[in-house]
Write a protein that binds this ligand. Structure first.
Ligand code: NAG
Ligand code: NAG
Ligand code: NAG
Ligand code: NAG
Length: 343
């Protein structure tokens, strides 16, 4: 790539390039980018997207390098930064909902015409407050909903030719990891009803049996079934409780969340049990207790040829914006985020 095209590509640095001004424009470049960035930029064939993460989504801010998308995830053409001084040049600015302050004052005052703002949230609408403040603010949304501009599920099944059926040894029937138990939640009611008919091994902070991060899979994998109960029920809201705690652990998920048909848009119909499949907790309990070994094995058919891919790293999630960028709709703001997300 030539210097001329590099400069054309960068708003704010539109110096007319002739041999005579090369030195000046190089100075301009250095003014915006560190020397190593300048040389990286110059070596690229196309201009990378500059993605400014306004606030890091989680409390622990990692020390990422700008080139993290290529280095860790093989996604090229993406340059991440948290340096707000680069706001003027950023192609995309990322705003995680959990870090948005109540006032608009915290957001940039101006937005260059070609810059796009992304609203990011992985929480369900039940746990997302204050959305009506952000009418006419964001161009794109990145959420777990399939109709997001940038769809970011908690996990997915990916083809894997070497994957075979592999069911871990079982020592108990049903387990549940729960850190925030609230009696009135639907999942708590279903749990209480079910536990009248069979024993559920309950782990997590709510039961004073917290599991260390590395023990979780080892523990849930010992159960034949796992209560993958979502904290609230919304379209597409299917979290790591399904992907990690059950499917990745090699236990059969009993799901409580959106309707079965919605789950079937993510995973095979025969890979899970839905609480709605049964007229009562007693019937569900009886189905679980009397299941034959061969019936049980059928739930694992998906394992042949597939693996679970988790999305749990914020840098990786943000890098997918660059892959999606070319096909994203331009020039529109969400007039009313609350109504879209609440629908
Ligand atoms: C962040 O990483 C860079 C390069 O990898 C290193 O030079 C710098 O000291 C690190 N900063 C912190 C705060 O760890
Ligand atoms: C955002 O738009 C909705 C729908 O038009 C409206 O009800 C709401 O009051 C608006 N919020 C603000 C803060 O203007
Ligand atoms: C594919 O399956 C094999 C065998 O189970 C496993 O070792 C490997 O990690 C899987 N690859 C991916 C990308 O998950
Ligand atoms: C729990 O059981 C009670 C009594 O059988 C029933 O009325 C209620 O609908 C059940 N609730 C759930 C969420 O299963």
């Amino acid at each position: 790539m030539s210097w001329a095209s590099l400069l054309r590509a960068r708003p704010g640095m539109k110096a007319v390039l002739t041999a005579g001004v090369l030195v000046t424009t190089l100075w301009h470049l250095r003014h915006f980018l560190t020397p190593s960035e300048v040389s990286r930029e110059a070596s690229k064939h196309t201009k990378p997207l500059l993605v400014l993460v306004w606030e890091w989504p989680s409390k622990q801010v990692p020390n990422i390098s700008g080139d993290v998308c290529r280095e860790l995830y093989g996604i090229t053409g993406c340059w991440l930064t948290m340096d707000k001084q680069l706001l003027g040049q950023a192609d995309v600015v990322v705003f995680p909902h959990t870090r948005l302050q109540p006032g608009r004052d915290e957001l940039p005052k101006e937005r260059p015409p070609q810059q796009h703002w992304v609203w990011v949230s992985l929480e369900s609408p039940s746990n997302t407050k204050g959305l009506s403040r952000w009418n006419q603010t964001f161009n794109w949304v990145m959420t777990y909903r399939r109709d997001s501009d940038i769809f970011m599920p908690y996990g997915k099944l990916v083809p894997n030719r070497s994957a075979t059926v592999n069911i871990p040894a079982k020592t108990n029937l049903v387990s549940w990891v729960i850190s925030n138990y609230q009696r009135t939640q639907e999942r708590a009611k279903v749990y209480r009803n079910l536990s009248r008919h069979l024993h559920v091994n309950v782990y997590g902070r709510a039961n004073k049996k917290p599991l260390c991060k590395d023990c979780l899979l080892a523990t849930t994998s010992k159960s034949k079934f796992y209560l993958a109960f979502e904290n609230s029920i919304h379209q597409d809201y299917i979290t790591e409780k399904l992907w990690r705690n059950s499917l990745m652990a090699g236990t059969v998920p009993i799901v409580l969340g959106p309707p079965r048909a919605n789950y079937e848009q993510f995973i095979p119909a025969d890979s899970f049990i839905h609480v709605d499949d049964f007229a009562s907790p007693a019937e569900l309990a009886s189905f679980l207790r009397t299941m034959s070994a061969s019936r049980y094995r059928q739930f694992f058919a998906w394992q042949r040829g597939h693996s679970v891919k988790l999305y749990s790293d914020w840098a990786e999630r943000i890098c997918t914006i660059c892959s999606a960028y070319p096909s994203l709709r331009r020039g529109r703001l969400y007039p009313d985020l609350q109504t879209w997300f609440g629908s």
